[in-house]
Design a protein around this ligand. Structure first.
Ligand SMILES: [Zn+2]
Length: 191
């Protein structure tokens, strides 16, 4: 199995979805083993830096009274409140200064699970001639799933870093992987 540095090349981008404190153990909306994606993604980050591959990191960035919160009709406890410690990227995630941050979930009237949803993310990727996206992060069956499906719809070749993501539930993860593969995503594992 090839290593990240043997896989990544010019024309690729690394998309790291919502590796924020609130989605890791101890956070407001913790995903089991959510923090275990960090060492895996750090290897992809290091490889991306070495290869000059751009790194995009999305973050959930909710206002108080967000529509995704239970009290306002949504599914989730309050999480990733703007500028709160829970909204910060995991402290061990070694994002370089050149990382491009994609902020989502800021609308009062609707949630944005996908890093492509009303962010315009496809524009800089196309401007840079990016064709392949390598996607990891949290959670596999929510924001990673939505991001991968949108990326495919935008015409990118997409690979899910399977050991660099974790689902809200195991069954949700299985279903998400099935849907991503059915839509045309590849699965890659980090050696
Ligand atoms: Zn959210």
């Amino acid at each position: 199995m090839p290593k990240p540095e043997e896989i990544l090349r010019s024309g690729d981008a690394l998309i790291i979805v919502d590796v924020q404190n609130d989605f890791c153990p101890g956070g407001a909306l913790p995903i089991a083993e959510g923090d275990q994606v960090v060492p895996v993604l750090n290897r992809w980050i290091a490889a991306a830096v070495a290869k000059g591959v751009p790194i995009y990191a999305s973050r959930d960035w909710h206002p108080h009274r967000h529509i995704s919160f239970k009290a306002y009709g949504g599914l989730w406890p309050p999480h990733c409140l703007q500028d709160s410690p829970g909204a910060r990227f995991h402290p061990d995630l070694r994002l370089p200064e050149s990382t491009i941050i994609v902020t989502k979930g800021v609308r009062f009237d609707q949630d944005q699970n996908s890093a492509f949803d009303q962010t315009g993310l496809a524009v800089p990727l196309r401007q840079d001639g990016i064709r392949r996206l390598f996607v990891g992060g949290l959670a596999e069956d929510v924001c990673v799933l939505a991001t991968v499906l949108d990326a495919l719809k935008e015409g990118f070749e997409v690979a899910l870093i399977v050991d660099g993501t974790r689902p809200v539930t195991p069954a949700g993860g299985e279903e998400a992987r099935r849907r991503m593969q059915q839509a045309g995503a590849h699965l890659v594992k980090t050696e």
